[in-house]
Design a protein around this ligand. Structure first.
Ligand code: SAM
Ligand code: SF4
Length: 458
């Protein structure tokens, strides 16, 4: 098969960061088959929709996108070209052959556990459409090729690394245990090797990903199951790796070691995404979250005791079946008590096959909408307050790329805020102290604090 990159693949990813990581891995599997990536669907010999099934809207978006893909395919075929169409990700896993029935012009439906088999599946799909939603015994991670250093460099100084997949928690609203399967942790040596390769290619920051990342229990080189904090401490020894993040954590798996690490491991960034979903004990129980409101608040207190400046982030669901106004007030009170720097919030979306979808006490759409608006208004105020509190401080910025204006560079603060500043020689991958002077629309604005202003024009 051609090695020259003359065939083009267009990958569109929906949903979580794990899908972004998977999309990169798919591109890496296809590169030795002669595929290079394109950002134009119309130019593509192969279109991959890497889908998300977490909420109904996310799945419906895929079907409408497939209509557009079909038109593009027709145009290409009319001009004498060809296009193969793949639906990957969690909608593929959940809907399987139903996709072939509902949307014409799809060649392959492939679940998240089979990406390493893409080339063979694409060959088979040339004869007739293929559905592969198995959970194979061989781990895709062992079989997925690593990208060449130039490709890693193009992707930037910050990289995702999936360390754990799947979930055994079975929250009553969530499809993840069904679409991603049981919880599996990658072995420590495989993660170390991947991170070392990334760092050798210029990566300075890794975000360790897992649906339940703090339940990580991968096999260590000593044969023992390593925890997430143990893995992070080992990764922090990698020369050149400056920053480590992890997401998403479950409150029930926030153990003492992980909390302690935020106080004593400089590479661990002061940012914690810890979804609580609701502030009501009754709703948390109905969600099968396995912790109460006070337990969550105690974790936050303990994390703040070791790292007072930590930025806290969370996920919220409003309008879960049976949620009363008093339950919703409990959620608002929890938000007011914690003070979040960032958050994702959603209206409850019934997912077929999950227990909560069959609950008779579904909440009317207009009530969900009103609650979501009120909750988001409070979270927006907190986000603005968090950013405003950074003004006047000097923060270390990991430089990512040039900004919109000449000479400007953009990067990230330890708290995951976007920062734009006058670069004055700063390169992608540098970490420079920046004095934050104000707030822009989408980022903080600052000046380098390591260069005296009087040397500015020298
Ligand atoms: N494992 C993480 C946890 O325990 O919180 C979350 C993973 S899930 C991919 C991301 C977020 O999507 C959840 O935290 C939840 O807020 C939201 N979500 C999941 N199912 C949902 C549903 N049926 N309706 C609305 N939001 C949902
Ligand atoms: Fe879904 Fe997270 Fe609950 Fe697992 S812990 S079922 S991924 S919400």
């Amino acid at each position: 098969m051609a090695q020259d990159g003359s065939r083009k693949v267009y990958v569109k990813s929906y949903g979580c960061q794990m899908n972004v990581y998977d999309a990169q891995r798919m591109a890496d599997v296809l590169a030795p088959e002669g595929f290079s990536e394109t950002t134009e669907m119309a130019d593509a010999d192969l279109v991959v929709l890497n889908t998300c099934h977490i909420r109904e809207k996310a799945a419906e978006k895929v079907y409408s996108e497939l209509g557009r893909v079909r038109e593009m395919r027709r145009d290409r075929e009319a001009a004498g070209g060809a296009m193969q169409v793949v639906v990957a990700g969690c909608v593929a896993q959940a809907e399987g052959g139903e996709i072939l029935r509902r949307a014409k012009g799809v060649d392959l439906v492939v679940g998240p556990q089979s990406y390493h088999r893409l080339p063979a599946l694409l060959d088979a799909a040339r004869v007739r459409p293929v559905v592969d939603t198995d959970f194979p015994a061989d781990s895709k991670f062992d079989a997925l090729p690593q990208p060449r250093p130039e490709r890693t460099r193009q992707r930037g100084v910050s990289a995702f690394v999936t360390v754990q997949e799947g979930c055994d928690k079975f929250c009553t609203f969530c499809v993840v245990p069904y679409t991603r399967g049981a919880e599996v942790s990658r072995p420590v040596t495989a993660i170390l090797a991947e991170v070392e390769r990334l760092v050798a290619a210029g990566v300075r920051e890794v975000s360790l990903l897992g649906q339940n990342v703090n339940a990580y229990h991968g096999e260590g080189p000593d044969g023992a199951a390593w925890t997430l904090p143990r893995l992070m401490r080992r990764l922090a020894e990698t020369p050149g790796l400056a920053r480590i993040r992890y997401t998403t954590s479950h409150p029930g798996d926030m153990d003492d070691d992980l909390i302690a690490l935020h106080g004593d491991l400089p590479a661990a960034m002061p940012y914690l995404h810890l979804p609580v979903q609701s502030g009501s004990d009754a709703i948390l129980a109905a969600m099968n979250r396995r912790h109460g409101r006070d337990e969550y608040l105690r974790i936050i207190e303990r994390v703040r005791a070791v790292r007072p400046d930590i930025a806290l982030s969370s996920d919220f669901i409003v309008g879960f079946p049976g949620e009363t106004d008093a339950d919703f007030r409990d959620t608002m009170a929890l938000i007011a008590e914690v003070g979040f720097a960032a958050a994702y919030s959603f209206k409850y979306s019934p997912r077929p096959g999950t227990p909560a979808a069959d609950n008779v006490a579904q909440i009317p759409e207009d009530v969900k909408t009103a609650r979501l608006h009120e909750l988001q208004a409070l979270l927006d105020r907190q986000l603005r307050a968090f950013n405003a509190a950074t003004v006047g401080r000097t923060v270390d910025v990991l430089v990512e790329k040039p900004g919109k204006h000449p000479g400007q560079m953009v990067g990230k603060s330890p708290y995951l805020q976007a920062v734009a500043f006058e670069g004055r020689g700063a390169q992608a991958g540098d970490i420079v102290p920046v004095r934050i002077g104000g707030l822009g629309n989408f980022s903080l604005l600052g000046e380098r604090a390591d260069i005296e202003p009087d040397r500015e024009s020298a």
